[in-house]
Design a protein around this ligand. Structure first.
Ligand SMILES: [Zn+2]
Length: 685
């Protein structure tokens, strides 16, 4: 369903849609008596016509309306549709050569057999990607915009071609009808069982073989990639148990099975074995969670909550009533916030509602969740479910989760509930800040994006050029892509290439012309920050410092701005080096202790000494000092030094500036204390 808006132009979705149709169309020919009697050659011409017409129609559309790159989309079309069509044709030929009745029904039985492989793999196997003889390939979620045509994808499409040729060969052999049919079915079913061994599907055996480091705790079996270090294995396993303990306290129940957790070494490995490179995903019905180790810290709590909700869910997938995505995600977001209030859900929901004039009620209708950009969908549904939990308790919420029926669960008219929620949000006296609303929500959902696949492919190519330090070529390619598509990410690539080439003045001039275009998108603020850096590099001035802070986008954005300004005023001789080699800049080159303190991480030489020294005479704004302690506390926690992490967090709490933050600090303190009690605290450094 999410595909449909994209199926009218040449590209990936168009190819999937046509592959399905062009296989299925062969079944309809059995009812045309004249067609059945045609020679092989004539039927083959029909095959060519069916294959070519969509290309011509789409080309015509392209010429009139100008969509995406036609030839780019054509690659998917040929790769997906050609084998599907030939396979359909060959299955038709085999069945046609057998003397039985109900040929069409047999054809569609085989069609369903091939398609149902997808359901079996997604339901019973750990994977969410799939390769299919007819449809081709799906990477797991709609958030994976990049569909690379790699060797594996090409090989997976050669298989239906080969099968098609074999089937046509079978048709020509003189043997009993039933043997022909058996042979066809054996090949199709046999292929399904060979798939895990050639990397085209992932059963649990293959997955555990790849993620070979198993660690079993009280409530989890965690499978880690073997490259993940032992300290991290231990700490992340503890983190699983800590979150389990907190969730079960709030929800007052436990899943009735051990949860299996799979931790991949990076997004590439996750994409290959599980699917969904971009997002971490849970399979509640299998009690499984799948995470990239680099995002485990951020997403683990959320994913475990999804497994808990399996106990509340319905049907074979154990999901919310009507598979309502707003309820599923809202529930996880809400419980997550009750445990770790990392962001102020209600404030962000308020900003989104007001700036974009959204309706919470609409979001909870059917599958509307996917038509919003994902961040507003998650925030708003989370804030609403949290409101329900806080005002009416768990019992009603569980009922709502199961039935998706607000009226019945709360014995109130839905309008009444939504308007109560609206009042609740408006009565919290949040300050309206349209910059902040744009910063968090100012981008478009995939289905409204123009040529998302084409752009994702090219951005990926440009990133490769960046890695190879071919900046000239990257500048050229990204400018071309921007001119063609108007895509901001393409422009961003162009700007970064100019900076890498030390063409600061060119970058500045280009940015001056461009920046106002992005006013209503979150790219605007990234570009504003780069503009400030360019001003520093070119004129040794930082006039935008106050403007950037006045947007008041987020604590971490403000902190970055503040840090840059401190650097600029204290050690301006090194600032260009820092600005343009940020990732490789060595903090130990800085002389000022205050600056060192602001840029420090636990791996810096004498880190604790620098922190203590800075503490005694540091003269920085209390707000940033507090944030810096909080930031460092988190990093020491991740490093496994819980005592010191607690020490830093306490310093942050002592500064006691923002009342809203006390709640977050309390939850962090609770977590660290639990770790000190339950884990071995290692004193590092
Ligand atoms: Zn989720």
């Amino acid at each position: 369903m999410q595909f449909l808006p994209l199926t009218n132009k040449m590209g990936y979705e168009f190819a999937i849609f046509n592959a399905l149709i062009q296989f299925a169309i062969w079944g309809t020919f059995f009812s045309l008596n004249k067609f059945v009697q045609l020679s092989f050659f004539y039927k083959f011409s029909v095959f060519l016509i069916v294959f070519t017409i969509p290309i011509l129609i789409s080309l015509l559309g392209e010429l009139i309306f100008g969509f995406c790159h036609f030839t780019f989309g054509l690659n998917y079309y040929i790769l997906f549709v050609l084998p599907a069509n030939i396979l359909g044709f060959s299955v038709y030929e085999v069945i046609n050569s057998i003397k039985i009745k109900l040929k069409a029904i047999l054809f569609y039985f085989i069609f369903l057999l091939i398609i149902s492989g997808i359901i079996v793999e997604i339901y019973f196997y750990p994977q969410i990607y799939f390769y299919n003889l007819i449809i081709g390939y799906f990477p797991g979620t709609i958030y994976d915009e990049l569909i690379e045509i790699d060797l594996k994808l090409v090989l997976s499409r050669i298989i239906p071609l080969i099968l098609g040729i074999i089937f046509i060969f079978i048709k020509r052999i003189n043997c009993k009808n039933i043997i022909k049919l058996y042979f066809l079915l054996i090949l199709l079913i046999g292929y399904f069982f060979i798939k895990p061994h050639i990397g085209l599907s992932t059963n649990k055996f293959v997955l555990i073989e790849n993620l070979s480091n198993k660690n079993e705790t009280k409530h989890f079996i965690v499978h880690f990639d073997s490259s993940i270090e032992n300290d991290n294995v231990k700490r992340l396993s503890l983190l699983h148990e800590y979150y389990f303990y907190r969730i079960s306290k709030i929800l007052n129940f436990k899943p009735n099975k051990k949860i299996e957790s799979f931790i991949y070494k990076d997004d590439i490995q996750k994409g290959k074995l599980f699917g969904s490179r971009a997002a971490d995903v849970t399979k509640p019905w299998l009690y499984q969670i799948h995470l990239d180790v680099n995002s485990t810290e951020r997403n683990l709590l959320h994913e475990i909550i999804h497994v808990f909700s399996a106990e509340l869910g319905n049907g074979p997938l154990k999901l919310a009533g009507d598979y309502n995505p707003a309820i599923i995600e809202g529930f996880a977001m809400a419980i997550e916030e009750l445990i770790e209030p990392k962001r102020n859900l209600d404030e962000l929901a308020y900003l989104g509602l007001k700036h974009y004039n959204l309706s919470t009620r609409k979001l909870f209708n059917g599958f509307n969740f996917f038509t919003q950009n994902s961040s507003i969908g998650y925030i708003l549904s989370g804030s609403f479910i949290k409101f329900l939990q806080k005002h009416y308790g768990n019992k009603e919420l569980f009922k709502y989760y199961k039935t998706a029926d607000l009226r019945n669960s709360y014995k109130l008219e839905p309008e009444k509930l939504f308007s109560k929620y609206f009042t609740y949000i408006n009565n919290q006296n949040f300050k309206f800040n349209s910059y902040k609303a744009i910063y968090y929500f100012g981008y478009s959902p995939l289905i409204n994006k123009k040529c998302a696949r084409y752009i994702a492919y090219n951005i990926n190519e440009i990133n490769k050029l960046f890695k190879e330090k071919k900046y000239e070529k990257a500048a050229k390619e990204s400018k071309l892509l921007y001119n063609e598509s108007g895509n901001y990410a393409a422009y961003y690539g162009y700007l970064l290439s100019l900076i890498k080439l030390n063409k600061f003045l060119d970058a500045k001039n280009s940015l001056n012309n461009f920046i106002s275009v992005t006013k209503n998108s979150n790219t605007y603020f990234t570009l504003k920050f780069i503009d400030t850096k360019l001003n520093i590099a070119l004129s040794k001035k930082c006039p935008e410092f106050d403007t950037l802070l006045s947007y008041n986008l987020s604590e971490s954005f403000n902190f970055e701005v503040y840090r840059l300004n401190e650097f600029f005023t204290k050690e301006s001789d090194k600032i260009n080096d820092y600005i343009f080699n940020e990732t490789n800049f060595d903090v130990n080159r800085i002389k000022s202790d205050t600056l060192k303190f602001l840029f420090l991480d636990p791996k810096t030489l004498n880190a604790k000494y620098i922190i203590d020294k800075a503490e005694s005479y540091i003269l920085i704004n209390k707000f940033y000092k507090q944030f810096n302690y909080e930031r460092l506390s988190e990093e020491y926690f991740i490093n496994g030094d819980y005592e010191y992490s607690k020490n830093l967090l306490k310093r942050s709490i002592d500064l006691n500036i923002d009342k809203v933050k006390q709640c977050l600090y309390f939850s962090k303190l609770q977590k660290i204390n639990w770790f000190i009690e339950n884990g071995n605290n290692k004193d590092k450094n």
